[in-house]
Design a protein around this ligand. Structure first.
Ligand SMILES: C=C(O[C@@H]1C=C(C(=O)O)C=C[C@H]1O)C(=O)O
Length: 159
């Protein structure tokens, strides 16, 4: 269970950047899904995977889950803001700068994914992961949106 802890923090950080991405898209009106950007992210992951001791297909599958959970955060927040008629009163972030932050996080996430191999391979991985997620959610007081995103991020984590 210990080997998944750093990864949980990084996943939550990536999902939290999704809040900022949603705010930038609220302002710009750009669609949440950007297939071209997703392809760039995934090809970067494939390229970097071996340097981090990971199989490119496995790393890309994991990042596919991160992308799905990021969009889940964005769709849910945008929906809330539309119903409410406004988004949080905060400076609107720049999408290009947010993407740089996501890119920077990638190497650490690949390292943490590699380090989580014992957890992923353990026979009790599904239950240990569910418990680790629950503990993380409680310790960091994640709201429903970010709890669901964290669960989605680890959807097919176990081998
Ligand atoms: C985060 C973004 O939104 C979506 C999620 C992505 C991701 O998680 O990397 C990439 C492209 C978009 O489909 C973005 O547009 O950069």
């Amino acid at each position: 269970a210990d080997s998944i802890e750093p990864l949980l923090g990084l996943i939550a950080e990536r999902n939290a950047i999704g809040d900022q991405v949603a705010l930038s898209k609220w302002e710009s009106g750009k669609p949440v899904q950007d297939a071209a950007r997703e392809a760039v992210v995934l090809s970067g992951v494939r390229e970097q995977a071996p340097e981090h001791g990971l199989d490119p297909d496995d790393a890309a599958r994991f990042f596919g889950m991160q992308i799905e959970s990021n969009k889940l955060v964005q769709y849910q927040l945008l929906d809330e803001w539309r119903l409410r008629g406004n988004a949080p009163d905060e400076p609107r972030p720049d999408l290009a700068a947010l993407r740089k932050r996501l890119d920077k996080l990638q190497a650490d996430m690949l390292d943490a994914l590699q380090a989580s191999a014992p957890a992923r391979n353990a026979p009790d991985c599904p239950i240990s992961t569910a418990r680790a997620v629950k503990a993380y959610v409680q310790a960091h007081q994640l709201d429903q949106v970010h709890q669901m995103a964290l669960i989605r991020s680890l959807g097919d984590f176990c081998r």
